[in-house]
Design a protein around this ligand. Sequence first.
Ligand SMILES: Cc1cc2nc3c(=O)[nH]c(=O)nc-3n(C[C@H](O)[C@H](O)[C@H](O)COP(=O)(O)OP(=O)(O)OC[C@H]3O[C@@H](n4cnc5c(N)ncnc54)[C@H](O)[C@@H]3O)c2cc1C
Length: 416
Amino acid sequence: MTAPAATLSAVEQDADILVSGAGIAGMIAAAGLAHAGWRVVLVDPAPPPKDAEADGSDLRATAYLHPSVELFQRLGLWNDLAPHATPLAALEVIDTQGWPPEAQAARIFTAHDLGLPVFGWNLPNWLTRRRLGDLLADLPGLDLRFGTGVAGLFTRTTGARVDLSDGSRLGVRLIVGADGRASTVRAAHGIGTQVRRYGQKALAFAAVHDRPHADVSVEIYNVGGAFTTVPLPDHDGRPASAIVWMNDGPRAQALMEMAGAPFGDAMTTRAMGRLGRMDLASPRRIWPVVTQTAARLTAERTALIAEAAHVLPPIGAQGLNTSLADVAALLSALDGATDPGAPAVLDRYARARARDVALRARAIDLFNRVCKSDAGPAHALRRAGLAAVHDIAALRQAVMHAGMGAAFSGGGMGRG
Ligand SMILES: Cc1cc2nc3c(=O)[nH]c(=O)nc-3n(C[C@H](O)[C@H](O)[C@H](O)COP(=O)(O)OP(=O)(O)OC[C@H]3O[C@@H](n4cnc5c(N)ncnc54)[C@H](O)[C@@H]3O)c2cc1C
């Protein structure tokens, strides 16, 4: 990956910034940077899927919370996504025990409590990525290249050279690593990661059900972790939700291989009939559940964002919303800069994000351990914790504010 120092000066500045990875976070970062007037190249070996059934399509749905929607709006991207979005008006948390699950405690958190009509808007990831792919294809200042990725890089104080998998080479002044949990950019800089595993996997898929979701997301805890429903638009005339179902590895694998009808039975029981009969409405995808944090967010001429920097268990809609907080912080760190990869710019970015990322990773790690456990003390802690967080108004407000993200300042938000 490294070449003799002399080589770099020979490489022209083909662009200001290279963004490695056109997942949702990388696309938003590239759009924001081009929007700010930088010459940006965005590369990804995997083009967006045509539809939900396509191989490798991301069947997760993301609840974009207030600060994330504001970022979409600021970049002029929300109007195209809004028609596909479903509101998230409330979150119901139910702690259960045993099988079939029996409710031990339940509380509802509403957006009104924060002075908001909704917490945010839900969108399926495959659709968001496809729409963004279309929008970014014509964005001035952005060179979007699917089918190639970062194969190697070399940096100096004056600039960086990136080798792409199609054999081409680019000279830039900043590399943004948005290339996911196995980031090539992070590895190329030898940045280590701290990984916490739980022996847990999460299934992500869409389901149809008899009863309407009323724009309420439901998180039901039982041994193995959370079963979460995220409201979606109706599908084939039936109410529909995106589901994230966490379990210990072997149980998750067994559910992944289960035939449709028995899977519907198991799902309906796991959801305690809360949405009536539930049936599969898409292929299933399975993800290892980990908490992973990069040892540092920056390196020479490089900034890491999103899952290249931090991976969180899928609880409380934190993953991608935390990633978009990285994007917002990177854009403001570059505000007024003449050299996008200058050490002062990278320090500003790292200072803005490091503490929030570390605190969020620690909190979600602890929360996931308590929520997946079947031990008596964990049950007691869950029940007491849920009651305290909901019933003590000041604590409820503080936790909901923190959940909305570091950039949340309160105040109303509409669909438009
Ligand atoms: C089951 C589940 C449910 C979730 N639900 C939610 C939720 O409700 N709300 C929420 O906020 N978050 C949620 N998350 C987390 C969220 O989905 C992820 O944090 C987010 O999708 C990660 O986005 P990303 O752009 O960082 O990475 P990715 O989506 O992994 O994108 C990385 C991209 O980099 C590309 N790439 C890889 N190598 C290279 C290379 N060498 N060069 C160039 N490109 C490369 C890949 O092709 C890929 O397109 C969930 C996660 C899971 C597992």
